[in-house]
Write a protein that binds this ligand. Sequence first.
Ligand SMILES: NC(=O)c1ccc[n+]([C@@H]2O[C@H](COP(=O)([O-])OP(=O)(O)OC[C@H]3O[C@@H](n4cnc5c(N)ncnc54)[C@H](OP(=O)(O)O)[C@@H]3O)[C@@H](O)[C@H]2O)c1
Length: 251
Amino acid sequence: MSNGNAYSTDTQFAGLRVAITGGTSGLGLALVGELLHRGAQVAFVARRRDGVERVRRDYPGTHGIIGDVSKKHDIHPIAIQILGTLGGLDVLINNASDLGPVPLALLADTDCEDFERALATNVLGPFRLTKALLGSLAASAREGRGALVVNVSSDAAVNAYPYWGAYGASKAALYHLSRIWDEELSAQKIRILSFDPGDMDTPLHATAAPDADRSTLKRPETAARELGDAIAAVLSRGAPDSAVAACEAVG
Ligand SMILES: NC(=O)c1ccc[n+]([C@@H]2O[C@H](COP(=O)([O-])OP(=O)(O)OC[C@H]3O[C@@H](n4cnc5c(N)ncnc54)[C@H](OP(=O)(O)O)[C@@H]3O)[C@@H](O)[C@H]2O)c1
């Protein structure tokens, strides 16, 4: 494992091909900036064209893809565009997320459609997109480039917070899916890890908890740096092994 001195910030991820879902706001947007700054080639996905075009303008060299990960028929077009623009894939970050009902509601008051949308975005979307990209990730692993999927989780995956039922149940499923898949793919040297960014000052948090004191919340840029270090540690690109603990530290 490297000692952390072998790479400068802007070359640490040179040649690394990364795709991020939900790259136009909050943590995903911060990740676009962080990973680009570390030298990665970055593709990102979001539903709204104006947001995708804004980020593409603000971060020249990135590849913006318009798509909805909750929609089955968007998955292959998204995957094909990721592979077409990056020429392969080394790291996938499943970050896009749905809160379920807004305002948050008790489970008994949650409409089935809101529950379904949370599952479709937070569990099925990452499952389908990862599955569609597994062949490319396996190729990266075989070439010794490293192959990693990060599923963005939450402490709601393990804590039973009232009113967070749809979101919490979907994040719990995603967390467990990540653990099982990581076991199943270890022989192919593909890692599937969870990352809990902590409470961040983002539009999602403001929607969920509009009365929260924003000064107590983590900056998404801080969480993006932590995840960048964890990715570097997993791929042996100059971060201490201890940074890996940021992944899997859920709850
Ligand atoms: N904020 C927190 O305190 C907190 C705490 C723990 C975990 N997390 C997790 O951290 C991750 C990022 O959250 P955030 O707070 O940064 O969220 P955010 O600010 O609401 O950003 C969400 C991003 O995802 C995109 N998106 C949403 N639904 C999508 C879909 N179906 N398909 C494609 N893109 C979609 C959005 O763009 P469009 O609307 O244009 O699609 C946007 O770019 C999530 O997984 C969340 O669960 C957040």
